[in-house]
Design a binder for this molecule. Structure first.
Ligand SMILES: *[C@@H]1O[C@H](CO)[C@@H](O)[C@H](O)[C@H]1NC(C)=O
Length: 422
């Protein structure tokens, strides 16, 4: 008996030691250890609310035109009722008809593009990616996820998936008020599209963020990190859509972005990791180099390339990793049609060195650059820095951190001081 007890104690001890770290990490990521009533906000020097930006999930900076591009659902109630990206499938009869939005990072003015040649009755926006040909910076191709309800799903055909998610391709002339729809792109391998990475105007990567669209198994998928889903390479020509699986090893692969020199960034949402990867040109597979973990969900990663490092010899380039603070409440609070139920936000910055191979030196430490209880920025999904020219800013090295939320009533820009924040 004594021996049995002794052995039990040893086994339990070993198991707890083995599980303690991963369990604690998972508890942190899902927000169990971050109660809302003691939330500490971390903001920049000054906040600006960006008007006409309702429920915008993604955001990209187009350097040649110095403009930001987003896609917004535009209606809080509709976004809260139908958004397959968050497993919200309650109201397919009332989907949003969103649009593409251009934001001037200097004036903070927003322009909603009118969509030409686009007769769709639903544009339920999620991830986007922009592409300009190196020889034509004035034309922007915009790929955008559209979580269109599936017209084939009826009570007579309940086996049909509820969503017929697809990708829309638009073209936009810089400075104009319109975007022209070129085509819709559907393929059996594009099932639960989350984010996109345009490789050209005919080729892109897309993450399927889940295998399960809703229900208990989606939760199991989120918590277990079993890689049931994948990242797909898609190419289009005049008639065909060709797709192949590029990577199938990251459980909740989510946001995509570009790092320096063709590096591919992949957010691993509930795994709390940013993966650094590259595309193999010959066979279109994606190979992972390494990853950095942070203590929260990682949604859409972005890379800030500091354009003013020459000014004082300091390079503040680095990666931004946004994520919702309490996934544990997200499913319920997401569905609040008034958009009031709190969804806190967290944004990390990791220096450019973190993107270099393991073993190479330099500062790689992640730091918290923004934190909010959800009242200023509801449920951050993307964070992008646009630097302010120090020559027009009394020599100060500052920038605007733009933040979007998929079910936020507005985007936020918060001005940050690079030396003390990054
Ligand atoms: C794709 O190409 C890379 C680089 O040549 C190689 O390492 C990898 O094994 C290939 N993968 C497949 C599935 O063919």
């Amino acid at each position: 008996m004594a021996v049995f007890l002794y052995l039990t104690t040893i086994v339990v001890g070993i198991l707890s030691a083995l599980l303690y770290t991963p369990l604690k990490r998972q508890a942190t990521i899902i927000g169990l250890l971050r109660p809302l009533n003691s939330w500490e906000n971390i903001h920049g020097i000054e906040n600006r609310v960006i008007r006409d930006t309702v429920a915008c999930e993604d955001l990209h900076y187009h350097e040649p035109s110095d403009m930001l591009y987003s896609a917004c659902m535009g209606d809080m109630e509709k976004a809260a009722g139908w958004f397959p990206g968050s497993g919200t499938l309650d109201h397919p009869e009332n989907p949003s008809l969103g649009t593409l939005v251009v934001i001037d990072p200097k004036t903070m003015k927003t322009k909603k593009l009118s969509l030409e040649n686009f007769p769709a009755t639903a544009f339920v926006t999620h991830g986007i990616s922009i592409y300009s040909h190196p020889s034509d910076h004035n034309t922007v191709f915009i790929f955008a996820v559209n979580h269109h309800p599936n017209p084939l799903q009826t009570s007579a055909s309940p086996e049909q998936p509820k969503a017929a998610s697809r990708i829309e391709l638009f073209t936009h002339a810089v400075g104009s008020d319109t975007a022209t729809h070129l085509r819709s792109i559907s393929h059996p391998l594009i099932r639960t599209p989350n984010d996109l990475l345009a490789l050209s105007e005919k080729e892109f990567l897309v993450t399927n963020c889940h295998h399960y669209r809703d229900g208990l198994m989606r939760l199991v998928e989120d918590i277990s990190h079993i890689p049931w889903t994948d990242l797909v390479h898609v190419s289009i020509d005049d008639h065909d859509v060709t797709a192949t699986v590029s990577l199938n090893s990251i459980g909740t692969n989510n946001g995509l972005g570009w790092g320096p020199n063709g590096q591919i960034l992949i957010g691993d949402a509930t795994g709390g990791n940013l993966y650094f990867a590259g595309l193999e040109a010959e066979n279109k597979t994606v190979s992972i180099s390494h990853h950095v973990p942070v203590d929260s969900v990682v949604d859409n990663p972005s890379f800030f390339s500091d354009p003013y490092s020459q000014f004082d010899g300091k390079d503040y380039s680095g990666y931004l990793l946004p994520g919702i603070g309490r996934p544990i409440d997200f499913g319920t609070n997401y569905k609040d049609p008034t958009g009031q139920a709190p969804i806190p936000s967290i944004v990390w910055y990791v220096p450019v060195n973190a993107g270099r191979k393991e073993g190479e030196g330099g500062d790689k430490q992640a730091r918290l650059v923004f934190s909010d209880d959800g009242s200023s920025l509801r449920g951050v999904t993307t964070a992008v820095i646009v630097a302010i020219d120090p020559a027009t800013n009394d020599g100060k090295r500052e920038g605007w951190l733009f933040l979007t939320g998929v079910v936020a009533p507005n985007m936020l820009a918060t001005k940050i001081d690079f030396a003390t924040t990054l």
